[in-house]
Write a protein that binds this ligand. Structure first.
Ligand code: GLN
Length: 454
């Protein structure tokens, strides 16, 4: 064999090895963070069912093939919300896990959607948003923040806030750019940043208050930092960023020329203090992308209408990505979204009153069951410490809760770069009718106390 032939054989072998490696990725990339529980658990079931995918050919035969996924997504698994809801349905559990209301949005908005369809608003909308919706978003933003923005140049309508986040990351972040996240973080952030090729740095918010460790943040923000991705009111903890914290973030960003992506989808569920939009702080609008949606405020999570508000120089990148991600968002739903955003202030007052009552039922109940409940100032979530019940980690606890108690909660370890940091915490949602909340508490009172380790 001459040298060339030898080299060729080595190359072929390497290619084969790399093929085998990529075929095995769902197994070999098993990591504690994405797969934090032992065999027979939620995680391993998911891995097992997802490790191969049946391909049905024209006859009735099935062939098993390894799943394939691009490297930028290989470490991510089926979202925890989907996993828990599927397991919950299988066991007939009450779902206080995935954050969707189990009641409907207001009739006046549904009627507006029906009317829009009947009126023939059924073809593509303008790519960056139906003009009336861009205007309604701008005027809502003005009412909320006092800032006057140009609906034509500073608002982009997207397919829910999740797409706004993706369009902002993909349109404004270059591979290798450093982005700072606060853990626990909503799961789509890390996956989207990975798709954009960003380098993620994480600052952990710790119970009981989940305050921002400002010294750690100061040390983390450098001239290498391109952006900070934040969320207030914060999912999963319910923490709201205080004015002092926002000012500290703002001055670091101005000093280091950093941009801010701010997910504010729970802004109308601000119970214990008033929500502050970071874009409204001096010097911040020009470096901030504020993202929001209809889903939480109007109990219409399935409509997937969201938007990004940003100055024209940042909107450019967002719109470029949006044009090639979804191009445009559902036309009749955009028309109905205008009706939603024109709701009187009394709508928001009532929404908050309803949710306060639900929150009280859940928090009181969880305390009576025996959890340590951490204060939640906003959102429709509350985080608790499950360790009084003697389980090794959050996923083991949630698995027991679904299978033996009949209640779904969300384990939080998947929301950290280091899952150990979240292993004592689980999240409950109170966007459910009162009877559902009370039944879930009853189930936990009946079955969970028995497991408590004294
Ligand atoms: N935002 C919802 C939550 O936090 C989940 C949405 C989803 O399932 N991806 O529960």
């Amino acid at each position: 064999m001459n040298l060339d032939t030898q080299q060729h054989s080595v190359n072929v072998m390497l290619r084969q090895l790399s093929f085998i490696r990529s075929s095995l990725i769902p197994f070999s990339s098993y990591s504690p963070r994405t797969s934090p529980i032992p065999p027979t658990s939620i995680r391993s079931q998911t891995r097992a069912t997802m490790s191969t995918t049946p391909i049905q050919n024209e006859s009735t035969q099935q062939t098993q093939r390894p799943v394939q996924v691009a490297q930028r997504l290989e470490k991510f698994k089926t979202t925890i919300f989907t996993q828990m809801s599927i397991l919950g349905n299988k066991h007939g559990a009450i779902n206080l896990g995935q954050g969707f209301p189990n009641f409907d949005g207001p009739d006046f908005i549904k009627e507006a959607a029906i009317q829009a369809i009947k009126d023939g608003k059924n073809q593509y909308a303008r790519a960056f948003g139906a003009p009336e919706l861009n205007s309604a978003v701008a005027s809502r933003f003005h009412q909320d923040t006092g800032l006057v923005i140009d609906p034509e140049r500073e608002v982009t309508v997207t397919c829910g806030c999740t797409e706004a986040i993706a369009a902002a990351m993909l349109g404004l972040i270059n591979p290798g750019d450093e982005v700072i996240l606060f853990a626990p973080f909503y799961d789509s952030y890390e996956a989207t940043l990975s798709m954009a090729g960003a380098k993620v740095k994480c600052i952990t918010l710790r119970p009981p208050g989940f305050d921002i460790p400002l010294d750690e943040l100061k040390a983390a923000v450098t001239s290498e930092t391109r952006a900070i991705l934040m969320n207030t009111p914060h999912n999963p903890t319910g923490k709201m960023f205080t004015r002092e914290e926002l000012e500290a973030i703002a001055s670091l960003c101005i000093e280091n020329d950093v941009i801010v992506f701010s997910d504010e989808v729970y802004d109308k569920l601000d119970f214990e203090m008033d929500h502050i939009c970071i874009a409204s702080l001096p010097g911040m609008y020009e470096r901030t992308v504020t993202m929001n949606s209809l889903g939480k405020t109007f109990s219409l999570t399935g409509w997937k209408i969201g938007w990004a508000v940003a100055p024209p120089h940042l909107t450019w990148g967002i719109r470029q990505a949006h044009s090639y991600l979804t191009f445009a968002t559902s036309t009749p739903m955009q028309a109905a979204a205008v009706a939603a955003l024109e709701a009187p202030e009394s709508y928001y007052t009532e929404l908050k009153r309803d949710y306060s009552e639900k929150k009280e039922i859940l928090v009181k109940g969880l305390k009576e069951v025996g959890f340590e409940v951490f204060p939640s100032s906003g959102t429709y979530f509350v985080v608790v410490d499950h360790t009084p019940f003697g389980f090794g980690d959050d996923v083991a606890f949630c698995e027991y809760l679904i299978k033996e108690v009949g209640v779904v909660a969300i384990p939080t370890s998947v929301f950290y770069l280091n899952p150990e940091e979240g292993k004592n915490l689980v999240r409950f949602a109170f966007c459910k009718d009162e009877e559902t909340l009370r039944s879930a508490i009853e189930r936990m009172k009946l079955k969970l106390k028995l497991k408590r380790v004294v």
